[in-house]
Write a protein that binds this ligand. Structure first.
Ligand SMILES: NC(=O)c1ccc[n+]([C@@H]2O[C@H](COP(=O)([O-])OP(=O)(O)OC[C@H]3O[C@@H](n4cnc5c(N)ncnc54)[C@H](OP(=O)(O)O)[C@@H]3O)[C@@H](O)[C@H]2O)c1
Length: 295
């Protein structure tokens, strides 16, 4: 058996097109386009690529992008002041501060300063708490992307056993909350989990968010499971260029699973698509409009 490859690129394009179709209606009602402010501190090449892609995607969907590029010598107070200014800027519906931040800046303080209604990354404790208690919230983008791919593949998740490997605030915990809300039976595994292969073998749904190249092996997977690989790991190659792999040993797991996301081209593209979705949703809520249909 060879597993179906879940096409995250196509799903992401679908969401971005849906956002682009919905922007003009928002503009008509609100008298302005939705706006996303991105903040990049320093020159980390990977972060710069991510932020550029986010700004480009924002413009492509017809929303307004406000890009703030600050030097890596920026102090915490300077960054907090920018966040406070963006909180009160009426043109800005979403604020995204790209992580990681330089060592002189406490990321937790920055996240806590973002106005929760503009927290399109969904990292603020207010949004995390609202998600955990079943209230409307802005949900982190990568977990939303995982849920979208899972429901597209499986439909109703009720009663399915889901094992999430990884318990970060960015991926593991919010994805667990989303699956719980969809009536899956959820286990969160982590570095202290005993006999991880046996735990993973129970799962109808495996979500790998670990950051360890190809850690999850074929013989850990229950036949017919659906596997969502969030990991992005660069491994060395003979030509010196390196290549990206996930947390799942793709070839061997493909022999056992029913469906699997590739890396790249699986969860990765969903993150930016869901950022566009969250920006449009935040704009609607801030303008007192109902959430846009079909997202
Ligand atoms: N596709 C995307 O857009 C996207 C977005 C975000 C992240 N990612 C990728 O997803 C991966 C995870 O990201 P993250 O931010 O969630 O990472 P993280 O904050 O480093 O968390 C990693 C989690 O994996 C657990 N872990 C580490 N080693 C383990 C082991 N040997 N066995 C079981 N669990 C283990 C850790 O357990 P402890 O808590 O016990 O330490 C932790 O909970 C990374 O590769 C990252 O690049 C991709």
């Amino acid at each position: 058996m060879t597993a179906k490859r879940i096409d995250g690129k196509a799903a992401a394009q679908e969401i971005r097109s849906a956002v682009a179709r919905l922007v003009p209606a928002f503009e008509t009602k609100a008298g302005r386009a939705p706006g996303l402010a991105t903040v990049l501190v320093g020159e980390d090449p990977a972060s710069a690529v991510y932020v550029r892609s986010k700004n480009r995607a924002t413009a492509e969907t017809g929303m307004i992008s406000f890009a703030h590029n600050l030097p890596d010598t920026t102090s915490e107070d300077e960054l907090l002041q920018l966040v406070v200014d963006l909180n009160t800027d009426e043109r800005v519906d979403g604020i995204l501060v790209q992580l990681p931040l330089p060592p002189q800046i406490d990321a937790a303080r920055v996240i806590a300063t973002i106005e929760p209604a503009k927290d399109v990354d969904g990292f603020h404790a207010m949004n995390a708490g609202r998600l955990a208690t079943g209230l409307d919230s802005l949900v982190p983008c990568t977990p939303l992307g995982c849920l979208f791919l899972l429901t597209q593949q499986l439909g109703d998740l009720t009663g399915l056993e889901a094992v999430i490997v990884g318990r970060s605030n960015i991926v593991g915990k919010p994805v667990a909350q989303l699956l719980l809300a969809k009536n899956a039976t959820v286990t969160i595994a982590h570095s202290r989990t005993r006999d991880l292969p046996s735990v993973v073998r129970r799962a109808d749904i495996v979500i790998a968010a670990v950051g360890r190249a190809e850690m999850i092996k074929g013989n850990w997977i229950k036949p017919g499971a659906t596997v969502i690989d969030v990991g992005i790991n660069r491994v060395a190659t003979e030509d010196g260029k390196g290549r990206l792999v996930g947390d799942v040993a793709f070839q061997e797991v493909s022999e056992v699973a029913d469906a699997i996301t590739p890396v790249p081209g699986g969860v990765g593209p969903m993150t930016i698509a869901m950022l566009m979705r969250n920006t449009l949703v935040a704009a609607h809520r801030r303008a007192g409009l109902p959430d846009p249909e079909g997202l």
